[in-house]
Design a protein around this ligand. Structure first.
Ligand code: SAM
Length: 472
């Protein structure tokens, strides 16, 4: 029984509803009048249902696809402007008791080096990240109640926030750890986290169970209902994601949107972000052993469909993707990317010797943060190190209201410019700095409110004179 308001995983992600959605999409994909109707609805920028969006994903008509891409670009521009928020993952520990067959951290992998950062090591890692210019982290850990209990995660968050090195600071810590209890989510909230991120991996229950044969993650319902517990624990910014390559992408897409609809129906606020990771080669993992890999074209189509289906949800692309692929999908709706990532435990301080590999997966984009920042600006994007929203209490529906009221240009835009200015002053190479200064003077003019523009100019001058951390 499909019921978006149900609190039971198998009712709000109903297998039957997904199958019937896919059948509907397949049967109607050449019904161009119907596709046009859906595109018209999407043009109103209020989003689409999983059925409507699945129809667009199934459609192969070149003209309609051009319209879809153009609309995704337009929505991205109108809702998120040319700002791209920057972040980096920080791997705390790769001890894990689960048996995920696609992840090299699985329990049976006796060959991978197991590492867990001490608080002193965290200080060193975070100092290295601050020295690159990062302000926003996503912490990552395997699931291991003995080695990585919640107390350890909380202690790490506390340490990360406490490190002040030169002008550096981590101002937002997002958390990507295994599904946990309401009580633990409450503790994470109290520790001041930004978004709680948990990838569903796959919405297909049967596949989920065989891909997670052992360990606590095997429990599909507990994993799928995690976001509801997180919200009950007071975290109202949650990040969804699917690991593309595990199951049929059309199935995952419908499931992902049903999950978003469920959160909206029950909690009145949809997901803050959606991540679109694709399966990568890793220690003892060969992505070719999985049957459902998607090519770059389908990947781009998926990004565009997500953009038009949930315009208010940010979209994240990690360094799993190459420079070329990132360049292809950035205009289709991506709002956050990582830069200079290391997926090994302790990887920011020193490169790991070959025999001590603790990497979770191979990264494709290996550029430095300065290179990524410069590249974004050359493409016309403003790299933003902004972390203002949750520090100003603009989370959950309050963030959505900002977006819906079109106040982004008076708020996110100056914040992006001010945090970029900090990066230019403290970390950029001369060429990046030159490009950035030009960009800031050009982009300042886009701030609609005269008063805001004036304040932003004054603050930029203060940043030039050594003061940091302004925000609207
Ligand atoms: N252990 C936590 C959990 O169970 O959700 C999350 C942290 S894990 C470090 C982050 C994500 O990396 C996983 O949710 C999974 O989707 C992704 N991942 C695992 N193996 C991968 C691979 N071989 N290639 C790409 N991504 C992978």
């Amino acid at each position: 029984m499909y019921d978006p308001k149900s609190m039971k995983a198998e009712e709000f992600i109903s297998h039957e509803e997904i199958l019937s959605t896919l059948q509907y999409a397949e049967e109607n994909k050449n019904n161009l009048a119907l596709v046009d109707e859906v595109l018209q609805k999407a043009e109103k920028r209020k989003g689409l249902t999983h059925r409507e969006a699945s129809l667009l994903l199934a459609c192969e008509d070149p003209e309609r696809l051009q319209r879809l891409y153009a609309l995704a670009r337009q929505i991205k521009e109108d809702f998120y402007g040319n700002r791209i928020v920057m972040f980096a993952p920080l791997y705390l520990s790769n001890y894990c008791v689960n048996g995920c067959v696609y992840c090299p951290y699985h329990l049976k992998n006796k060959h991978i080096a197991r590492k867990k950062l001490t608080q002193e090591e965290i200080v060193r890692e975070v100092t290295a990240l601050q020295d690159m210019g990062h302000k926003r982290l996503a912490i990552e850990a395997g699931e291991d109640p003995v080695n990585n209990p919640i107390e350890y995660i909380l202690e790490c968050i506390h340490t990360i926030y406490s490190i002040k090195h030169k002008n550096g600071a981590i101002r937002r810590v997002n958390v990507n750890i295994a599904a946990t209890t309401v009580e633990n989510y409450r503790k994470l909230k109290e520790a001041g986290i930004g978004t709680y991120i948990l990838f569903q991996e796959t919405y297909h229950k049967e596949s989920y169970e065989s891909l997670h044969p052992t360990g606590p993650k095997h429990n599909y319902a507990y994993h799928t209902e995690a976001m509801d517990r997180a919200m009950e624990g007071g975290i109202d910014d949650v990040g969804l994601g699917v690991l593309f390559g595990l199951e049929l992408y059309k199935y995952e897409f419908a499931g992902l949107l049903m999950h978003a609809e469920h959160l909206e129906a029950v909690h009145g606020v949809g997901p803050h972000t959606i991540s679109v990771p694709r399966l990568k080669r890793a220690d003892d993992i060969d992505p070719d052993a999985f049957d459902n890999g998607i090519d770059d074209e389908i990947f781009a189509k998926l990004c565009a469909c997500i953009r038009v289906a949930v315009p208010y949800t940010g979209m994240i692309i990690s360094t799993r993707e190459s420079k070329a692929v990132r360049e292809k999908v950035l205009p289709l709706g991506v709002s956050q990317i990582s830069g200079a990532s290391r997926t090994s435990v302790g990887g920011y301080c020193e490169p790991e010797p070959e025999e001590e590999n603790s990497q979770q997966f191979d990264v494709s984009d290996k550029r430095t943060l300065d290179e990524v920042v410069r590249w974004l600006m050359e493409l016309g994007y403003i790299p933003s190190f902004c972390t203002a929203c949750y520090r100003e209490g603009r989370t959950g529906d309050r963030f959505m209201t900002l977006l819906k009221n079109g106040q982004i240009l008076n708020c996110c835009h100056p914040n992006a410019l001010m945090t970029l200015k900090e990066f230019l002053m403290d970390y950029a190479s001369p060429e990046t700095k030159r490009l950035g200064e030009e960009m800031i003077s050009r982009e300042l003019e886009k701030i609609p409110g005269e008063k805001v523009k004036q304040i932003a100019k004054e603050r930029l001058e203060k940043i030039e004179n050594g003061i940091r951390d302004f925000r609207f």
